[in-house]
Design a protein around this ligand. Sequence first.
Ligand code: SRM
Ligand code: SF4
Length: 572
Amino acid sequence: MSQYPINPAFVAEGKLSDNERLKADSDHLRGTITTDLQDEITGGFNGDNFMLIRFHGMYQQDDRDIRAERAAQKLEPLHNVMLRARMPGGIITPTQWLAIDRFAAEKTMYGSIRLTTRQTFQFHGVLKPNIKPMHQFLHDIGIDSIATAGDVNRNVLCTSNPVQSELHQQAYQWAVKISEHLLPKTRAYAEIWLDEEKVETTEQEPILGDTYLPRKFKTTVVIPPDNDIDVHANDLNFVAIAENGQLVGFNVLVGGGLAMTFGDTSTYPRRADELGFIPLEHTLQVAEHVVTVQRDYGDRVNRKNAKTKYTIDRIGLDNFRREVEQRVGVPFEPVRPYTFTNRGDRIGWVEGIDGKHHLTLFIENGRVLDFPGRPLKTGLAEIAKVHSGDFRMTANQNLIVAGVPSEQKAQIEQLARKYGLIDDGHSEQRKNSMACVAFPTCPLAMAEAERYLPELVTKVEGLLGKHQLADEHIVLRVTGCPNGCGRAMLAEAGLVGRAPGKYNLYLGGDRVGSRVPKLYLDNVGEAEILTALDQLIGRWAIERLANECFGDFVIRAGVVAEVKVSKTDFHA
Ligand code: SRM
Ligand code: SF4
């Protein structure tokens, strides 16, 4: 029951989805996970626990490359979990880095650390006996994985640009506060993983509610002009507004999200809308009540339409705003001026206003591993051993060695070069391309993404070179299915997996991530994609206006129609 008056006209009608029963029956996310941990018959989790472990930051997976082989041997899939850490703003210390580096090497099947599109890291391939020790070791170094998955507010992002360090520090602190404020209050995580005693209380979830949110919920704090965290992929965004270098408040944007389901036109990627400006002191209340409004009016009947973006399209933006204002008790002020001018990471060194130096390393696909000739993982560990600042994971799957004093700059650079972490040969195209994980670990993948991106980029580089545009780039993103984890639905050219070797090609996003692209080719292979890109890049080279990016060009040239309002335009 909500503590606020409910307008029945805004509530989706019908039989609640099974996930709602599961959450209600879970004893505040405990389920029978503890019992399952003792079950040696299976490497996986049974019944509801399969879903409940997500609220604790884990997904059950198996290696899809060997699934058929194991089935042929009548073996169950090699169940394991992927763990996603909670790292608001993506900041991690060198000591923490060295600890996760060791854990990945010694206790995971793949030996890698995977930097994600939401500024954190994942371990892939943790077998059941290692799960509880993993949580305890993370706890010992000050890291948890609470609410990094499931129907809750996920890891809160914050612009990682450390150049404007004064504003960054303030914005980062808000990201941490928002993250803490919106966390589940249940002690299930502490009891199950850290062996803390069950406290006999009437546990309540005043913000998230006893059945938590209708669907996942994503929040950012962003410092214009950088849109490095891609606001339009998120349910709730706080756009920092500064006066004289001091943060004074936020423009609040709601209702972004990128997933869709093929063949279901009630689903679509969607930009976020502006609610208005709020002074700093109302930040937590606004965060809380955007969440409670979505909690009370989000669709709990049809999970495919459950995210905030659909709630807003169903009840109307003005009604959504009014509900938030009533609960906060303060009206939104008109949006203050702001502009985004870029969203990629600035690879290389920059100097902050504090005189410290920051080195952004390009980590292709965020995969930190020792590759032949490029021992990236060892290199980062060597840097961590001598680094006196911190590391910042970016939402573009890169890593910043932040806060390097002048006297240490040469040493860090020498290590980064020695281990292949700096490669002056990387093109702008490569640095502006991104893919989701997909095979072999993602159970939902329909086509390759991470493992395919490097060679696709090489081919696109070839096309740019052919048309004398070698220094140019197209924001290119690949996702292995329409869930959109690599944010292809905000790319200038986005590939979305349909089947092995087959993709949909979407065109017409823009450089700063404010436009959803539109379908150009349906269910095609690489040859057709490259032929189309060759022809369009050729036209772009000749016909483009000064500084016109590829995504703007394809719309002006009428190659695809602009998606202005997703609900009506995306599938039209
Ligand atoms: Fe995602 C599900 C990986 C960012 C939309 N995502 C998954 C799962 C957990 C598959 C599953 O449900 O079993 C993937 C695990 C693959 C693996 O083996 O690691 C997965 N998502 C990722 C990551 C690791 C991609 C990456 O290459 O970095 C990103 C982890 C982020 C994090 O640290 O929290 C990741 N996922 C995103 C984003 C991008 C973003 O948030 O900026 C999106 C699109 C934005 C959005 O939410 O609209 C995204 N992931 C989804 C969805 C679709 C949600 C929906 O609205 O329907 C799913 C499937 C689901 O939830 O049912 C999904
Ligand atoms: Fe998996 Fe699809 Fe997300 Fe890629 S987009 S990680 S394939 S769920």
